[in-house]
Design a protein around this ligand. Sequence first.
Ligand code: NAD
Length: 261
Amino acid sequence: MHSAPRAALVTGSTSGIGLAIAKKLASIGYKVAVNSFEPEKDAVAALSEITAGSSAEVRYFQADLSDPDSAFNLVGAVNEAFGHLDVLVNNAGVQKVAPIENFPPADWDRIIAISLDSAFHTIRHAVPGMAERGWGRIINIASAHGLRASPFKSAYVATKHGVVGLTKTVALETAEKGITVNAICPGYVWTPLVAKQVADQAKVHGLSEEQVVRDVMLAPQPTRQFVQPEEIAELVAYLCGDLARSITGSTISIDGGWTAK
Ligand code: NAD
C-alpha cells in the first residue's frame, strides 16, 4: 500500500501544457519536479504559479533535453532529490513549420532530440525504479500529429508518430510490473508553442494570421475551439490514479473530434 506522497517529473513544465500538468499534480499532493532548459531565475513565475495554493514539495531542475545525457541525468537528479520517481510526464516539445525541401536539418535534429530522444532517455532511466516499487505511470504528451499528418510539419509529425510507437512498446514491456504507459494526443491547444507558429504558418500558406487561426489551425478540429491546457492536466491526473491501472499502451485523443474524421 502506498503511503508517502508520490513524486512526478514533468518535462518542459514552465509553460503551456506542462505548466498546467505540474500545477494540477501539485494541487493534488504530488511532489513535483519542474523542468526546462532555462536557469531557475527565469522559471520563478512558473514555479510560483505551480506552488500557489498547494503545500506540495515543488523543485526546479534545469536540463536541456536536446542533450541525451542531460535527459538521462535529469531522472537521476529527481530520484536523488525525492528518493523515488513514480510519475514521468514527457511533455517538452518544440515546433518548426517549413516545406520539406527547405526544412533546416538542424531543426529536424532538434525537434526529434527534444521530444522523441529525450523520452527514450528519461524512460529507460525511470523504468527500473518503478519496476522495483511495482508502481509507475509514464505519460507521453504526443499530439493529434502522432496519429495524423499536416503539411510543412515533417519533423514534428515524424517525432509524434515515434512517441506513439515508443509508448506502445514500453507499455508491452512493463505491463506486468504495475507500470502504465500512455500517450495523450491533443489537438490544437492555445499555448505559447501555438501562438509562436501563427506567423510561420501565415508565411508558408500565404494567409493572414487571422486566416491561419480560423482556416488552418481550427479547420481540422470540428469543435472549432482550442483545447485548454487544464483539460490535458485533468486527464493526466486521472491516468495517475490507481483506477487507471488497466489503461496502458493507449493513445488518448483530446482533439475536439479531429481524429474521428
Ligand atoms: P510551450 O512552448 O508552451 O511549452 C514547451 C515547454 O517545453 C516549455 O516549458 C519549454 O521551456 C520546454 N522546452 C522547450 N525546449 C526544451 C529543451 N530543450 N529542454 C527542456 N525543456 C524544453 O508548448 P506546449 O504547447 O505547452 O507544448 C507542450 C507539449 O504538448 C509539446 O510536446 C507539444 O508538442 C505538445 N502538443 C501541443 C499542442 C498545442 O496545440 N499546443 C498540441 C498537441 C501536442
